[in-house]
Design a binder for this molecule. Structure first.
Ligand SMILES: [Fe+2]
Length: 334
């Protein structure tokens, strides 16, 4: 073996340890420093929150029994601060305290360790949670690369620039308006960005052709739905949005593409996308016409509400959400 062991210095994982007893903190600090961790020790919850906001922490070990804000509340608070990012928390509980464990799960804890704790057991749990965190971050990175590529792709064309970002944002607003769960908002955000990703496989001059298009050209463009699904299929984290990508051009009356699905057979996410996609296309500039105002667009959509293109009930909710916004001067960025 040569003189070098690796190209990059390994980053030290950082751990936040919280207890109301100084002696316990010192004990844990000694254990973790020896194992190569950067340790942030906090005497109580308030100090912990201050440190958490100040330093990048990878994992936290919290004592449950603390005066004032206890380990459960602190766990929920830390999880709130990190938002959707995976942040592992281990709670130190009394031996076999079943009630505490249930409460711990409710507060979002990822694992437990009984006091007095076994050092090697605690270290094994910490290492496996850190591994999970790394995997989660790698997944987030690869997802972000794809989302960034999708945005970069459409930015090549001044007529589509910003379309998917606007669709994504408005679709999330609509899903929030419909009071659908947070998980659905995340999926909708991705589906909005990626719904036209299949166009990456199509010839640019075809996409920019002002028209009229031949039947073959129209069929080719329609294929972007299937191509988009094919592109995203290998990614496990995109699995739930595949139906939205494939079916965002289906019509309520079954005359859409690619599968001529109709009514409730069209997945809800695709029906939502279809409305938002149409709205954004109408308020944006196109090679063959100027942009329409949001007010006129909504009037047109209301007039055509039952013409078979969209889910009329869903469109009703969309108009309910948009009309007051437009009255207040809503502007799309297109
Ligand atoms: Fe499309």
């Amino acid at each position: 073996m040569g003189p070098f062991t690796c190209l990059f210095e390994k980053e030290m994982p950082s751990i936040l340890v919280v207890d109301d007893l100084q002696s316990n903190l010192e004990l844990m600090e000694a254990i973790f420093v020896k194992e190569g961790f950067r340790v942030y020790s906090a005497l109580g919850a308030n100090a912990a929150i201050r440190m958490f906001n100040k330093y990048p922490v990878d994992i936290a070990v919290l004592d449950v029994m603390m005066p004032g804000v206890d380990g459960f509340d602190l766990c929920s608070k830390l999880k709130d601060i990190t938002g959707k990012r995976f942040f592992p928390v281990i709670l130190l509980t009394a031996l076999n305290d079943r009630k505490s464990r249930i409460k711990g799960i409710e507060s979002g804890a990822d694992d437990f360790i009984s006091k007095p704790f076994d050092t090697s057991e605690l270290l094994i749990k910490i290492k496996s949670l850190l591994k999970l965190k790394t995997l989660q971050e790698e997944l987030d990175h690869s997802e972000n690369i794809i989302l960034t590529l999708a945005v970069a792709m459409e930015a090549r064309d001044p007529y589509t620039k910003g379309h998917s970002t606007r669709v994504s944002k408005l679709a999330v607003d609509f899903v929030t308006f419909l009071d659908l769960p947070g998980k659905d908002r995340e999926e909708m955000k991705k589906a909005g960005i990626l719904h036209d990703i299949g166009k990456i496989c199509l010839n640019e001059s075809l996409l920019r052709k002002p028209g009229p298009l031949t039947k073959e050209e129209i069929d080719m463009i329609k294929r972007h739905t299937i191509l988009g699904e094919e592109i995203c299929k290998p990614l496990v984290s995109m699995r739930r949005i595949l139906p939205a990508i494939r079916h965002h051009h289906e019509r309520w009356d079954g005359k859409g593409f690619p599968d001529r699905l109709g009514k409730d057979d069209i997945p809800l996410m695709a029906r939502i996308l279809s409305i938002i996609d149409s709205f954004d296309a109408m308020v944006s500039v196109r090679p063959y016409r100027d942009r329409r105002s949001a007010k006129v667009t909504l009037e047109t959509m209301r007039a055509e509400r039952f013409n078979g293109q969209w889910d009329a009930e869903l469109l009703g909710y969309f108009l309910e959400m948009m009309e007051p916004l437009v009255e207040k001067g809503y502007k799309s960025d297109g």
